[in-house]
Design a binder for this molecule. Structure first.
Ligand code: GDP
Ligand code: MG
Length: 335
């Protein structure tokens, strides 16, 4: 039918129709190509990144800075972080999941062993590693063993020199020079996790190194840790800040109850601070209960900001003999 109609047209009109047909075919092909190109350009990027390095160089602070909010606890004492914390950074068309790891270091106790093996595990599961060192102590003695470990993983490694707010920029040059000789890092980026210097550059460089992939986590999810875990970490951080000696390292926190009272919208939380001996228990409680009250007050203020509601926090101190050396107790306490 179509060919009869076509042959009925004058030669001039036939040529005109052919041109229109070709034109729309070209338009169609062009549109398909553009669509494909746009799709390629906007392909979703995702990846997993581990933050590793010696204790106390600022790994948790860096994670919190990259996230724009507090996910991981920070303290001036080394070895505060015990679990892997996933913080998820959501950007336009991309997602980066970060693993904060306890420092990789020599181990003495079972707790330390479990912390180090969790750091090693993290390395095998990620696309890129960020090795963090600090500007004022670049030659931390544990670096050589960490470098050995990362060489074995054969993953791309970015070197972050943190705490550049602590000294003159010119101090960076010899560090960059010496580290470029020790390993072929993808890039070396100086930052201050504390004031945010260099963080944009770090994020840009990270984005270049993640690949097209699925959106692993929904956009409103910023960590895979439960609320109870985050609460216990805030309390643990305050223990680090308010007690000294071995006490912080001998303490674990479990949250037993978290309930919102629908009548007044107050969130009630009960938590237990586990310590290893009676003498630690009395130090933790303090004279007339002052120490544990201070810890509770500092925790409550921070938790109220975190949850945006009033909080009633109850803390109990309990002796769990030698928990940090007992694999079963470690498991029970979530390590
Ligand atoms: P981690 O053990 O590597 O996770 O280290 P933390 O994040 O807990 O930080 C250890 C200490 O270093 C804390 O007192 C932080 O406030 C401090 N810190 C972290 N980043 C910086 C930084 O960029 N500049 C300065 N001046 N201090 C920092
Ligand atoms: Mg940490």
């Amino acid at each position: 039918m179509r060919s009869i109609l076509f042959s009925a047209l004058s030669a001039e009109k036939r040529i005109y129709f052919l041109c229109v047909l070709c034109g729309s075919a070209i338009n169609f092909i062009e549109k398909r190509c553009m669509d494909k190109k746009n799709k390629e350009n906007t392909e979703y990027l995702s990846g997993f990144i581990a933050i590793i390095g010696p204790p106390n160089v600022g790994k948790s602070t860096l994670l919190n800075r990259l996230m724009g909010k507090k996910i991981s606890i920070v303290s001036p004492k080394p070895q505060t972080t015990r679990n892997r914390i996933v913080g998820i950074h959501h950007g336009e068309g991309f997602q980066i999941a970060f693993l904060d790891t306890p420092g990789i270091h020599k181990t003495r106790t079972t707790l330390h062993n479990s912390m180090v093996s969790s750091a090693r595990d993290a390395l095998s599961q990620v696309d890129v590693l960020i090795l963090v060192i600090e500007m004022s102590r670049p030659d931390n003695q544990e670096i050589s063993s960490i470098l050995k470990t990362i060489k074995r993983t054969s993953k791309p490694v970015m070197l972050v020199i943190n705490k550049i707010d602590q000294g003159p920029k010119k101090a960076l040059l010899p560090i960059i020079d010496s580290y470029s000789g020790r390993y072929s890092f993808e890039v070396i980026i100086p930052v201050s996790a504390l004031n945010g210097d260099g963080i944009d550059i770090l994020l840009e460089e990270l984005k270049k190194r993640i690949k097209p992939g699925p959106q692993f986590y929904p956009e409103d999810m910023s960590t895979d840790q439960s609320e109870k875990f985050l609460v216990s970490e805030v309390i643990r951080e305050k223990i680090y800040l308010h007690t000294g000696g071995d006490i912080p390292y001998s303490s674990a926190v479990t949250v037993e109850k978290m309930e919102v009272n629908p009548e007044n919208n107050i969130l009630s939380i009960s938590a237990i601070i586990h310590v290893e001996s009676e003498s630690q228990k009395s130090i933790m409680i303090g004279r007339g209960g002052k120490k544990v009250r201070d810890i509770g007050r500092a925790s409550r203020l921070e938790l109220e900001k975190m949850f945006g509601k009033r909080i009633f926090l109850e803390l109990f101190v309990r002796v769990e003999k030698n928990w940090s050396r007992d694999p079963k107790a470690l498991q029970r306490l979530g390590y």
